[in-house]
Design a protein around this ligand. Sequence first.
Ligand SMILES: Cc1cc2nc3c(=O)[nH]c(=O)nc-3n(C[C@H](O)[C@H](O)[C@H](O)COP(=O)(O)OP(=O)(O)OC[C@H]3O[C@@H](n4cnc5c(N)ncnc54)[C@H](O)[C@@H]3O)c2cc1C
Length: 419
Amino acid sequence: MTQTQTATPPDLRFTIVVVGGGTAGIAIAARLKRERPGLDIAIIDPSTTHAYQPGWTLVGAGVMSLRSTLDQEGGVIPAGCTWLRAAVTTFQPDDHTLTLDDGRVIAYGRLLVCPGLQLDWSKIEGLEETLGRNGVCSNYSRDTVEYTWTCIQSLAGGTALFTQPPMPIKCAGAPQKIAYLASDYWRKQGTLNRTSVEFCLSGDALFGVAYFRPSLQKAVDYYGIDVRYKHTLVAVNGPERKATFSVTDADGTVSRVVKSFDMLHVTPPQSAPDFIKNSPLADSAGWLDVDPGTLQHKTYTRIFGAGDVLNTSNAKTMAAARAQTPLVAANILASLDGRPLPGTYDGYGACPLTVSYGKIVLAEFLYGGKPAPSFPYDQRKPSRFAWYLKTTVFPRVYWDMMLKGRDIELPHHPEWAKD
Ligand SMILES: Cc1cc2nc3c(=O)[nH]c(=O)nc-3n(C[C@H](O)[C@H](O)[C@H](O)COP(=O)(O)OP(=O)(O)OC[C@H]3O[C@@H](n4cnc5c(N)ncnc54)[C@H](O)[C@@H]3O)c2cc1C
């Protein structure tokens, strides 16, 4: 019997069920509850910890404590919502039910799917055995992000490699942000001149949005970072401190290159969570198949999505989830009421690129990589104001406003982008 033919009677039934109590799930549930307090909402998430992941670049650079980026999941579940502490395993969209890993079947009136994405550490041979040791670190895991700072502080010359896998990944700027901060730290320590810093990326461009590339190239040139395009990390030998890359040259020939390192910062390959990939909700690439405007599922109209799991072309960022929150909430309510869906997502995403301690290039853009500044200055220029936003304002907006369902919508202004 296939998933979609199952007709097991549900154990529980809710008007709205949210899969994933991360950034998007909590923000949208809180918004729905604030707009319609009587709604019967369940949030499904097995994790007991909620993480403000945008803070991890700063944790890895010694600017923020890991503790300040975490809270108990139970502390962020909006009042009046039911938390089901379990993982979703399968969906039966024709029956409007899903199944949990403890066997319970949950029925929904509307379903919001936002379980984020999956970090595929195991796709890099030898990585899991050595991650967190032998100079191998990553800001992408709460378990190893503090070790990044240990590695940066303890390197007094040698070779530092920073890697970036094929797109899409969450916060596409994060792999290079930590390379700039580390280089700036070594510059201040007086050790950068005896450190070889390489940024090895699978792609062939420094950043997806061309408008911001010259600012990032300036940072690369300033620190003397060697950028290696078409380099994909495929294996790590921690004890021997060797990293193997699959390298594609100009005529398409693929070869293996082994590099020695003293420090290796890894950004892991990423994909849709397996339980989404293997479900009827996925597109051919495994991501949640939604309309890019309404974020309603293309086949199952009672289902909506938000956050990193979507198959939309926006940057997978908290900033995107923040922009999606009011419109997904409005669309779910309209769908419940039988009204036309009012909300249309413009693909807004943002990436505060930490080009040094104290300065940030605040990249904001829409679908198609169209720049969309929120502030009336040239956001390609590194700014102290943007550093202040990232280190002080954004975390407070996140915990005190976004997760409480009382965020404000800042208009962005494509017309302010310079030529
Ligand atoms: C190092 C780093 C730096 C970043 N920097 C920035 C930045 O500067 N700016 C920015 O805007 N964004 C940044 N991001 C990206 C941002 O954190 C994510 O885009 C955002 O958290 C996505 O929200 P989400 O709700 O889709 O996923 P998440 O917040 O990851 O939440 C997913 C939730 O789903 C749950 N879940 C998973 N599987 C299941 C299941 N089977 N059943 C039920 N629940 C499940 C998980 O436990 C988790 O709680 C950064 C991320 C990282 C890692």
